[in-house]
Design a protein around this ligand. Structure first.
Ligand SMILES: [Cu+2]
Length: 179
């Protein structure tokens, strides 16, 4: 007996009964999810406006170091690194540098104030993931991505790297503190 036989000639009948209901539900849900993407792009309050500028990694690091020196309020030891704690002026600019394998500095923000947070990497691609809000942005060398940010709740918000960036990737945890 052959294992390959011709299908019955009526194999492609239109779905009926329960199959039809399940296919309809799946299709309906696909459409809902597809429409949510553009809807959330305009309606969501946690989206980037897409403001970004070209910047050389050295230049970004220089700006960040200047920002840190001008606004530093403390520091914290994290393994081999000493991470500065910085409080940007309300309404002002803040810089966050991603590198293997740290986020620098720790940033303190005030509730209800609006800041311009400049995100960039000085080595390779990292991922900015603010927890527990689950705001996610790519962090790329060469791009100064500016997030306009207004904290609406107090607390400690860890930043994890969600783009695999090497052997120390899982230790790459930063912090935004809102007071
Ligand atoms: Cu990383």
């Amino acid at each position: 007996m052959s294992s390959i036989v011709s299908p019955p000639s009526d194999w492609c009948r239109a779905p009926a009964g329960h199959e039809r209901i399940w296919l309809g539900l799946a299709l309906g849900w696909c459409l809902v999810l597809s429409l949510m993407m553009p809807f959330w792009h305009f309606k969501g309050k946690q989206n980037s406006r897409g403001e970004a500028y070209a910047v050389k990694p050295d230049a970004f690091l220089a700006r960040a170091e200047k920002f840190i020196a001008a606004n530093k309020v403390g520091e914290e030891k994290q393994g081999p690194n000493v991470i500065p704690i910085v409080e940007p002026p309300p309404g002002g600019d803040a810089y966050l540098v991603a590198r293997m394998w740290s986020w620098n500095p720790i940033i303190k923000l005030r509730l209800g104030q609006t800041y311009r947070l400049h995100l960039s990497s000085i080595d390779l691609q990292h991922g900015f993931s603010l927890q527990p809000l689950n705001m996610n942005f790519q962090v790329l060398p060469g791009y100064d991505h500016v997030l306009t940010l207004t904290p609406t709740s107090k607390g400690i918000f860890p930043i994890v790297c969600n783009e695999f960036c090497g052997i120390g990737h899982q230790m790459m945890v930063g912090r935004i503190v809102v007071e």
